[in-house]
Design a binder for this molecule. Sequence first.
Ligand SMILES: NC(=O)C1=CN([C@@H]2O[C@H](COP(=O)(O)OP(=O)(O)OC[C@H]3O[C@@H](n4cnc5c(N)ncnc54)[C@H](O)[C@@H]3O)[C@@H](O)[C@H]2O)[C@H](O)CC1
Ligand SMILES: [K+]
Length: 499
Amino acid sequence: MRLPEALYTAAQVRELDRLAIEERRIPGAKLMQRAGAAAFELLRTRWPQARRVAVLCGTGNNGGDGYVMARLARAAGLTVNVLSLGAVEKMRGDAAAARKQCKSAGVAIRNFQTDLLAGHDIIIDAMLGTGLEREVEGEWRAAIEAINASRIPVLAVDVPSGLNADTGHVMGAAVRADATMSFIGLKAGLFTGAGREHAGEIFFNDLNVPPDIYAGVPALVRRLTETSLHGLMPGRRRDMHKGDAGHVLVIGGDRGMPGAARLAGEAAYRAGAGLVMLATHPEHAAHISTACPELIVHGVATPEELRPLLARADVIAAGPGLGQGAWGDALFGAALDTKLPMVVDADALNTLATDPLMHADWILTPHPGEAARMLGMTTEQIQADRFAAVRELNASFGGVCVLKGAGTLIASLYDGVVSVCDRGNPGMASGGMGDVLTGVIAGLRAQGLISPVAARLGVWLHAMAGDDVAASGEIGMLASDLFPHIRGRLNRLVRHAGG
Ligand SMILES: NC(=O)C1=CN([C@@H]2O[C@H](COP(=O)(O)OP(=O)(O)OC[C@H]3O[C@@H](n4cnc5c(N)ncnc54)[C@H](O)[C@@H]3O)[C@@H](O)[C@H]2O)[C@H](O)CC1
Ligand SMILES: [K+]
């Protein structure tokens, strides 16, 4: 089943469950049977050779799903060992019934012990799902750490145990799954922060609930997908000229830091800008121009020298290599005085951290460290709840905020929706990648896309290009390796949209 765009919190999925059970009269036990069957089907298709299955079951409905899977695995002739955790005598309702049925089917059920994991081909993690309500401790933590140390493949049921379904934060310890099958509603925490590290490949099954129940629970988080980004790029008239494709002015490159500004400038061209000007420190204007002759490079020492360039720009990209000295502050200040749309990154964000200004139309692109400085928090606090952080940044600074990192988030005051990019890879954690993103977003904005659209499309193109480059390995990727793939992905998007 294709992954839906809509992502939900645990509470929202519980509401969807309630609607299905109470208003559509689908018994919870039936949903549990369907969940167990769907997850077992995934087990068979993804690990067809697996014969010896360890199913770790908690005491709630997540565990109930696991008991259903164990019964089905035994009926299919697999060797199954259920290892249960928690106070099983307190089990009630559907989960208790599933455990009873599993026992009646002759499945071996024992209390979890670390040494019982060895010798299995696959581990099913059905300990904790959306009911996780505190840090894992004791036998739960021991089980999670034993699973992660065992190096046995893991299929997580609904949510990897120990992972916060809303934020992707690890609550003490969390299972590192090779695959996670999530039910009824995809949980937002699987797609950002530590979620991406722990969920493995994500699968979804709607358990065949009536589609109209989703209308009652509006998703506030949405995945970026190629489909959702189709048709956003303006067409290109045969008689258009470079002015029609927009003028970008990159402001950056203080003494000794020419590279960032140059990368942002070239990226703006790769995203389709008609003309890209670069206002940089006079000492390296000449050789940036040699390195990339398409850039209109100006050595600028003062705001007065910057003004003629501001007058010709449609969009400003401020920050790449801007530095935090008087030169950069003066030029950034002059840019803020205009009403031009801006993409603000890197050192210019650090200026905002100390001098929280506002601007009519900007896209801020902090990484977690810059976000922490902007909000007066620690990076750990930002990463502990990235959704809350990006919403707070957006509420504090307005416009559009792009919180970079695994599972980049985009929040926009224009529509209140947070978008998640579930593409990109660790190979992109290298110098210059952020400068390229800044340039791509500015290049799209210059072609007339409104800021929330330019930010979403830019983040998606940048991540897809990074995945294209990583197809030949994630180690040793250069930011400039992305350029041909950004262009390729953008033209493919336009072609498929019939643009
Ligand atoms: N109809 C449905 O509701 C469906 C649910 N599905 C599955 O059910 C789980 C959610 O089940 P729930 O009983 O609400 O909670 P959990 O099973 O995730 O947690 C069980 C239980 O564990 C205790 N607990 C919480 N935190 C901790 C902790 N840190 N350490 C120890 N114990 C903890 C707490 O008492 C919880 O109640 C959902 O994920 C699905 O897997 C079906 O899949 C679909 C139908
Ligand atoms: K689980």
